[in-house]
Design a binder for this molecule. Structure first.
Ligand code: SAM
Length: 271
């Protein structure tokens, strides 16, 4: 997990992020998207419809033991699971984790990419699901917070050694790491954003990942109620179908967008 995080390119990106945030504050006056209302209580059934998976979900009951096992691994490190648990960053909510679990179990991807690791709850759940689903691998990009260097040992704590052979951890900002990784992989089936939740970064990550996403593939985006990135991404093309889900604790909204295969797009346009 070693690597340089004081890359000069990352410093430039930080400045550009600051400017973008200032501009956004000036233009929007602090307004945030109102997608809490769109977060459907029935999102789990709708997620299965979205990807054409069976409902009730045959893989759902195996999620609880996987989640319990992840929290037990955290406890072995003396860590709990929750919000603002790694500096100001949250661990994955179980609702988001269930969505990732089902998507991996049903889509049986070869290549999954995520940004934002922290303790690695989402990584752990996707790795467990990958093991169940086939031979797929996970690549996780993460820039640990610079404000708590003494806690860097906690990065990926939820991922035990036994699951690491199909996991590649890449340290650094997504701006630096994501494009070369996608070029190397060629095509991915699932992308999960859970890194820097700014409009500029979310829009950029999603646009970049979308270009490498296979038809029928999905992007999962946490905390879409905290910036305009997902809204802007959604409006930018007619090849995406989305749904919004509420975290189990009711505090945050996440979203899933599926890349519609060309044939389905044509049908939708004709109807
Ligand atoms: C919300 S936490 C991730 C939680 C994790 N997905 C889980 O399931 O518990 C966000 C993580 O993204 C990292 N991060 C922040 N900015 C980043 C960036 N520009 N690129 C990559 N990672 C970043 C943070 O340091 C933190 O480790």
């Amino acid at each position: 997990m070693k690597g340089a995080i004081s890359d000069p390119g990352e410093s430039v990106q930080k400045v550009m992020e600051k400017c973008a945030r200032r501009w956004e504050r000036a233009v929007r006056g602090g307004r945030l998207p109102n997608n809490q209302a769109e977060a459907d209580g029935d999102w789990e059934r709708r997620l299965h419809e979205l990807i054409g998976a069976p409902w009730p979900c045959p893989d759902a009951t195996a999620f609880a033991p996987a989640w319990d096992s992840a929290t037990a691994t955290m406890a072995e490190h003396g860590l709990r699971v929750g919000r603002e648990n790694f500096g100001g960053d949250d661990d994955a909510d179980p609702g988001l984790a269930r969505a990732l679990w089902c998507l991996v179990c049903h889509l049986r991807p070869d290549h999954v990419v995520e940004t934002g690791v922290a303790h690695g709850l989402s990584s752990r759940i996707m790795l467990e699901a990958l093991k169940r689903a086939g031979d797929g691998r996970l690549w996780s990009i993460d820039l640990p917070p610079m404000t708590i260097p003494e806690r860097r040992v906690e990065v990926g704590a939820a991922v035990p050694q036994a699951l690491r052979e199909r996991w590649t951890y890449l340290e650094g900002a997504s701006r630096r790491r994501l494009s070369p990784l996608l070029r190397q992989l060629g095509q991915i089936e699932i992308f999960c954003h859970d890194s820097l939740h700014s409009t500029r970064n979310v829009r950029w990550e999603l646009t970049t990942a979308w270009n490498a996403l296979s038809p029928g593939g999905v992007v999962v985006v946490d905390d879409v109620d905290h910036n305009w990135g997902f809204e802007q991404f959604l409006r930018a093309g007619d090849d995406r179908q989305a749904l919004f889900g509420m975290a189990d604790d009711g505090q945050r909204v996440f979203a899933i967008a599926r890349k519609m295969p060309a044939g389905q797009r044509a049908q939708q346009g004709a109807s």
